[in-house]
Ligand binder design. Structure first.
Ligand code: NOJ
Length: 755
């Protein structure tokens, strides 16, 4: 009798809760204690909030409680637009629905994030936390070099560390999620977005993808200071026709599998929580409506259990691309293809309810999409810890250890392209340095595009770096010479006089930040004529000429290369630009960067990348008016030391498909300075059923070698991993026969035998 009474009481309490809310199918929502009718207190007791319950059970429970409207709002990302003014955000905050799934958070204020989150936690019926996302692409407040430069460091540990710092600064400002890394393998330098990725090689992109994901996400996404990564732009975006942004990309299935998918697959394997679909039209089926790539490959084959977000407007763009007649059809196509979250467009909010009502979308499909979003939120620990810590800015940003990493990564990214007659480093024989060019005192463009929340006032300019580096020992004779573009030559005279009274002429040229990055395409990758003319003018001083180039892409240097004694590509190094550049010039940093992207002779030579297919007639077909090779190949980069490579030694010359083979090479630092050397190991498969590139990078390793020291590098070759190739459906093929391993200018043959 007593048991029966307790049961009745529990039943009524249960009904009271259920009736007080939207209807739901699942009666997991049993209140554990009686007498508490405060909604929030009751919600705390819900199973989906219990971190000790397995995540999938928690999601089942929550989905059972959610209305369709609540589900669809989870699939929406809201944005404030571009206005990050804190006062406006304060006002705007009132407009944010407590039900939204995500917010594109363009503010450095953790307090606002916490207030908005509090609305979601307390003013919504189920208290589902919002996930706050932002583009921290190469740093948050501490700006690191652009990713294209980072790849030239070949230092995955440093790249991982930079992502970890970005995550920490970002998390302490209110972020849970960054739209990074970008993994679009880049082979057309006219496309401005080459600056955002890791260059032209598939393996390099894959390795830096892993480093970035691990750096952002740490060991456990639920830990403090970790944020979710987002692999983008899935997929094939960098083939945008002619390097113009947002264009059609003709991606064959072979190229898709061989070139574009592998870095994404590596990032997924490393645990990336989310993926962003691209704007591009992949051979007739846009990336944001592509069921094959988004569902069949990503979810079915690779078993990704996180979610996909569209790029900014890429759902509504399906109408512009001509595959949907209106926003509603665009929403239907994107959703069915496999996009769970709608960035900015509000297409899902506006149209998914009617699409469900019309029976065009099933509730189970909606549930699967929402499950993926909730899963990421649960993995981030947002249900338990929805708020971020609020600490003062000086404890949050630009800490000395962050700046140290920024300087190290920037200096390791810089590539010494040319150094005739050992013009560099600047030795004590030079007492008067001419410091000329539009980049010298710049603190804006040197951060590059997507500078996160970086501020120009925090940037150490090149001039400041040089002053600190050289102190009173040498005179720094400055003249701007000219602007980045235009025709004003009025500064040339002063620049020439400055060069004439100096012992060496350092000319700092480059690109403005928005000449690369999104919507930053250029028909020519040469620097504007005014900058080249400045160099021509300064040649009249007949002094050694050093060019220091800052750009978001490889440049056309066919003319400048002839005029300069030494050239350093410093890319867009970020906050620590000054110390890094000055350290390279003085020799405090021994250059160790090697190109992650080829520098063609001229723009017309594009596409030009190291792992092209073999031509039918190797000696014919070249452009008649320029040399056949590019100016600087992928992998090129000098040091102030010289590194001598011993012969490649193989543990065997024949292996079966299941054996492993060890390749070794000894490298001696034959210079007088300590330095770092990266060994790039390539494989060549000369004959295969599907033609193979001339060579393919399969491994790299960077090591520190003291002057005079010899160090062994080795590469353990696993045939299935390193010698196989993918066909146009992603099937792996490993063929027997001859292979070559290549390092520097050496190559050694070995054979896979059928056993
Ligand atoms: C558009 C860009 O293509 C993408 O890379 C970025 O993450 C989003 N906007 C959000 O800012």
């Amino acid at each position: 009798m007593k048991t029966f009474n307790v049961f009745i009481i529990l039943f009524f309490i249960h009904q009271f809760i259920i009736l007080g809310q939207e209807p739901h199918s699942n009666d997991y929502a049993i209140i554990l204690k009686t007498g508490e009718n405060n909604v929030e207190t009751q919600q705390q007791k819900y199973l989906y909030k219990d971190r000790n319950v397995p995540i999938e059970d928690r999601i089942d429970h929550l989905l059972g409680l959610m209305t369709l409207d609540e589900k669809i709002k989870q699939m929406n990302q809201w944005t404030y637009g571009k206005n990050a003014n804190p006062n406006n955000i304060g006002d705007k905050m009132k407009e944010v629905s407590p039900l939204i799934g995500s917010l594109l958070y363009r503010s450095t204020h953790p307090e606002y994030r916490n207030q908005i989150q509090k609305k979601a936690m307390t003013e919504s019926r189920l208290g589902i936390p919002i996930i706050f996302g932002f583009d921290a692409i190469h740093g948050y407040r501490t700006v690191f070099p652009i990713p294209l430069a980072q790849a030239c460091s070949w230092n995955t540990d440093l790249v991982k560390e930079s992502c970890k710092i970005a995550a920490k600064e970002g998390w302490l400002s209110g972020l849970d999620w960054t739209f990074s890394p970008m993994l679009d393998v880049a082979r057309d330098a006219r496309w401005g977005r080459v600056s955002e990725g890791y260059g032209e090689d598939v393996y390099a992109n894959s390795q830096f993808a892993i480093a970035a994901v691990k750096g952002y996400q740490g060991e456990d996404l639920a830990d403090k200071y970790t944020i979710a990564a987002c692999l983008k732009h899935y997929v094939g975006y960098s083939l945008s026709e002619g390097g113009r942004d947002y264009r059609y990309s003709d991606v064959s299935m072979q190229t898709l599998w061989e070139t574009f998918l592998p870095p994404f697959q590596a990032g997924i394997k490393a645990g990336a929580a989310t993926v962003m679909s691209g704007f591009n039209d992949i051979t007739g089926v846009p990336a944001s409506a592509n069921h094959y790539t988004l569902t069949e490959v990503l979810k079915d084959q690779w078993q990704h259990d996180g979610f996909v977000i569209s790029d900014w407007g890429s759902i509504r763009n399906l109408v512009d691309q001509g595959v949907a007649k209106d926003r509603k059809e665009a929403g239907l196509k994107s959703f069915l293809a496999g996009i769970e979250m709608d960035m900015v467009d509000d297409v899902y909010i506006d149209h998914l309810p009617e699409l469900v009502a019309e029976g065009k979308l099933s509730m189970s499909a909606i549930d699967d999409a929402v499950r993926r979003i909730i899963r990421v939120k649960m993995k981030l620990g947002l249900f338990e810890n929805p708020y971020v810590d609020v600490v003062p800015e000086d404890k949050r940003y630009l800490l000395p250890e962050y700046l140290k990493v920024a300087e190290e990564l920037a200096s390791e990214s810089m590539v010494l392209l040319k150094n005739d007659n050992k013009t560099l480093p600047i030795t004590s024989k030079y007492k008067q340095l001419a410091i000329i060019g539009p980049m010298v005192k710049d603190s804006v463009h040197i951060m590059g595009f997507w500078e996160g929340m970086g501020r120009s006032q925090d940037v150490e300019t090149i001039y400041e770096g040089l002053e600190k580096e050289f102190g009173n020992e040498v005179a720094l004779n400055f003249a701007a010479g000219c602007d980045f573009e235009g025709e004003d030559r009025s500064g040339f005279k002063e620049a020439l006089e400055t060069a004439e009274k100096s012992d060496i002429v350092l000319i700092f040229l480059g690109e403005k930040r928005n000449w690369s990055g999104e919507n930053g395409s250029r028909s020519s990758i040469a620097l504007p004529k005014i900058q080249e003319d400045l160099v021509l003018e300064l040649l009249k001083a007949k002094k050694p000429i050093v060019l220091i180039l800052s750009s978001g892409r490889p440049l056309e240097l066919i003319r400048l290369n002839r005029w300069a004694d030494a050239i350093i590509e410093i890319w867009q190094p970020g906050t620590a630009a000054g110390s890094a550049v000055a350290g390279i010039l003085s020799g405090r940093h021994n250059p160790s960067g090697k190109l992650s992207m080829t520098f063609p002779q001229t723009t017309g030579q594009i596409p030009m990348y190291y792992n092209m297919r073999k031509p039918a007639r190797p000696n014919l077909g070249h452009y008649q008016d320029i040399p056949r090779d590019p100016l600087y190949w992928f992998g090129h980069g000098l040091s102030y030391s010289s590194f001598d490579y011993g012969p490649i030694k193989l543990s065997k010359s024949e292996i079966s498909k299941t054996d492993t083979l060890i390749a070794e090479v000894e490298v001696t630092n034959a210079g007088t300075r300590d330095g770092k050397e990266t060994v790039l190991w390539y494989i060549r498969d000369p004959i295969a059923n599907i033609s193979r590139p001339m060579k393919e990078l399969q491994y790299f390793e960077k090591k520190y070698i003291r002057a005079g020291e010899t160090i062994k590098y080795s590469f353990e070759i696993d045939p299935l991993r390193d010698l196989s190739y993918l066909d146009s459906r992603g099937n792996v093929h490993l063929e027997s026969g001859d292979f070559y391993i290549l390092v520097n200018d050496q190559k050694v043959k070995f054979e896979i035998i059928n056993r």
